[in-house]
Design a protein around this ligand. Structure first.
Ligand code: NDP
Length: 335
């Protein structure tokens, strides 16, 4: 019987370290640029009564081969409760016979891989001497983005804004201690952003939290929180001031409210999009041209990121006897 590894949140966090995941995401973007990824747009079913969404994100990777899918619910109202706002599983299949080989916690993979993808973009696009970081939001993605930004730039100070001040203060105390970095909580998003070299927007806001007038020359922005065509964190005047890079162009023009709403309002066209981050990694399109430009990485989150993370975790976990495994079938007894 084909064995299926059952990899829970603790095990994902043990095997998917931020530095390893950053390199894996670099590899994913390279493979997308080389067209070695088969990946339709994700399927999203909005749930009745505005409870959230149910989504399926499949991808097939080539060289090394991997087949997988992430199946998740997104319940924004879970924030501040014992439940993660993103819950589900990543299923990984091996490519020679198509057998299911692992089922993994999707909450922790999503948390880590999203921040690692932002780290790849930041490593390429932020000024080399970027030292100050602003984070808008204080949830799961804020936690992993702090770790990811610290991994790619020598950050000396952090400013944090979140809608709920108590959440912001709790985050600042806990994460400041964990990383040995000072985190100042600000009263407004603008206060956090002004004077920062790198800005990460990681909120579930549906309307802009980052205004064009707050941006300053030389910034790099990772816009992560809005991943549907009807929601956004940046207003039109912010988007038009930026050189825009996508995780994937097809996702950007179908799923990114940050871009699509600004386009509807007449602030930008597709000509404002410089390219995909994989094209920058491979040198096909230029990154930042000078220290005064404002660069924007629009992250939608890709199934290929989940599958590559799952492959990395599987390779680490498969020989570990502490990882539980079970059999589902899928092989004929007579063979
Ligand atoms: P959490 O539920 O853990 O945190 C949500 C955060 O959003 C909190 O800090 C909350 O602030 C803030 N927030 C909620 N509503 C508003 C609002 N109306 N205005 C301003 N802030 C608000 O979520 P995650 O950290 O897991 O995810 C954050 C966002 O990132 C989500 O929208 C999620 O869908 C998206 N995401 C994107 C991914 C990608 O690949 N691009 C991958 C995973 C998530 P407070 O507590 O102060 O109210």
């Amino acid at each position: 019987m084909a064995e299926v590894l059952l990899i829970d949140q603790t095990a994902v966090q043990r095997f998917l370290t931020m530095p390893a995941c950053i390199e894996a995401m670099d590899g994913v973007f390279r493979r997308i640029a080389a067209q070695r990824v088969l990946m339709p747009l994700r399927t999203v079913i909005p749930l009745p009564e505005g409870r959230g969404a149910f989504a399926a994100m499949p991808a097939v990777l080539q060289d090394p081969d991997g087949i997988g899918i992430k199946v998740i619910t997104v319940y924004p109202s879970n924030h501040g409760t014992q439940y993660d706002s993103h819950q589900g599983a990543v299923l990984l299949f091996e490519a020679s016979h198509g057998s299911l080989i692992a089922m993994m916690d999707a909450s922790s993979i999503t948390a880590i891989r999203t921040a690692a993808a932002s780290a790849v973009a930041t490593r390429l696009l932020a000024r080399q001497n970027a030292r100050t970081l602003a984070i808008l939001g204080s949830g799961v993605q804020a936690v992993t983005h702090l770790e990811a930004m610290l991994a790619v730039r020598r950050i000396e100070s952090v400013k944090l804004w979140s809608r709920n001040r108590e959440h912001a203060t709790t985050f600042a105390e806990r994460e400041g201690k964990r990383h040995g970095v000072r985190i100042d909580v600000t009263r407004t998003a603008t206060e956090a952003v002004r004077g920062s070299d790198i800005v990460c927007t990681v909120t579930s806001a549906r309307a802009p939290v980052l205004a064009g007038e707050s941006l300053e020359p030389g910034m790099h922005i990772n816009a992560v929180g809005a991943s549907t065509r009807t929601t956004r964190e940046l207003d039109g005047p912010a988007v038009v001031r930026c050189r825009i890079y996508a995780d994937r162009q097809e996702s950007l023009v179908n799923e990114a409210g940050d871009f699509l709403i600004a386009q509807l309002e007449g602030f930008v066209t597709e000509a404002n999009v410089v390219g995909e981050i994989g094209e920058v990694v491979t040198g096909r399109v230029p990154g930042r041209l000078d220290d005064s430009e404002i660069t924007l990485f629009k992250s939608l989150g890709l199934a290929a990121e989940d599958v590559a993370s799952a492959q990395l975790i599987y390779d680490e976990a498969k020989d570990d006897p502490s990882i539980p495994r079970f059999s589902l079938g899928g092989m004929r007894p007579e063979h």
